[in-house]
Design a protein around this ligand. Structure first.
Ligand SMILES: Nc1ncnc2c1ncn2[C@@H]1O[C@H](COP(=O)(O)OP(=O)(O)O)[C@@H](O)[C@H]1O
Ligand SMILES: [Mg+2]
Length: 274
């Protein structure tokens, strides 16, 4: 269980909030949040997503899943699509899916219930899939700005990595923030994510946020990591970030909750032929 009290990370929240604000004006933003296991990546992203939801953003989030050497194919995308399917009214869903309904329905059948009866064609080329996702994000963000969170890229499969690289290259003039996280301590020298991170670091458009451990005396107390206590009044070891310190995020965040609730359901893997 997570504490509703968010501690510190003022600079990180400020720079990521600036990305949200620019995205709301039509300039897409990209951020990579890195740090060792347990340092607070998910908590930071959760906090930001709460703010984004309060500002009218649609939140779609998905996690990579650790599965052998190569992660589950496109797990975070499927996660995000499932959230979309379960939190969007039927007619609106049909509109935003548009021409992508059939192709993405092969990835997640509940997007295209009628399509399951049809014989599966030869899978979909990765390049087609990328275009379908790009189109979907464009249509979605034309309605409301969108925050797309892809968590734990250190467990990503190749298709997920290609998707992220493609979106960073191709999203233009849309109200989208793409935020990815990874464990920096999982990236050994031969990890396939490494060269991608290096290439993104060379791009001015990608913000790389490296989370450090809290200094002694400033870390979230253990109570913040388990139950949900109030911070000691006036304690100097607690700092909040204004609106982010309030627990409103979890009341206003159905998409995130739906993603969390459905994360354990793994749909059939995406069929691809290159
Ligand atoms: N800034 C913070 N404020 C309050 N709790 C935090 C903060 N950062 C981390 N935590 C808590 O520490 C634990 C681990 O954080 P988490 O975000 O899951 O780490 P990571 O995603 O980097 O592995 C969680 O219980 C989380 O709620
Ligand atoms: Mg995490």
């Amino acid at each position: 269980m997570q504490s509703p009290v968010f501690v510190g990370r003022r600079e990180e929240i400020a720079s990521l909030t600036a990305l949200l604000e620019r995205a709301a004006d039509g300039e897409p933003g990209f951020a990579i949040v890195a740090g060792e296991a347990g340092v607070g990546k998910t908590r930071l992203v959760t906090e930001l997503a709460g703010q984004a939801a309060d500002s009218g953003f649609t939140i779609l989030a998905g996690h990579c899943v650790e599965l052998g050497a190569e992660g589950l194919p496109l797990a975070p995308l499927i996660d995000a699509l499932r959230t979309l399917a379960r939190t969007t009214a039927r007619t609106e869903l049909a509109d935003v899916l548009g021409p992508a309904r059939r192709g993405l329905g092969r990835l997640l059948p509940e997007l295209d219930p009628g399509g399951a009866a049809e014989p599966a064609a030869d899978g979909v080329q990765v390049s087609q899939l990328l275009e379908l996702v790009l189109g979907l994000l464009g249509r979605l963000s034309a309605r409301r700005p969108l925050l797309l969170v892809l968590e734990d890229l250190h467990w990503s499969d190749q298709s997920t990595r290609e998707l992220v690289a493609f979106l960073i290259r191709s999203l233009r003039g849309v109200r989208v923030v793409l935020l990815a996280t990874y464990r920096s301590d999982e990236l050994n020298r031969r990890h396939p994510l490494r060269p991608l991170i290096a290439s993104w670091d060379r791009l001015r458009t990608v913000q790389h946020v490296e989370l450090r451990r809290f200094e002694p005396g400033r870390s979230p107390p253990s109570s913040a990591r388990s139950s949900a206590p109030n911070p000691p009044p006036g304690s100097s070891t607690w700092s909040s970030t204004g609106p982010a310190a309030t627990p409103t995020w979890w009341r206003n965040w159905p998409a995130w909750c739906a993603a969390a609730a459905t994360r354990l359901i793994f749909p059939r893997p995406w069929r691809m032929c290159c």
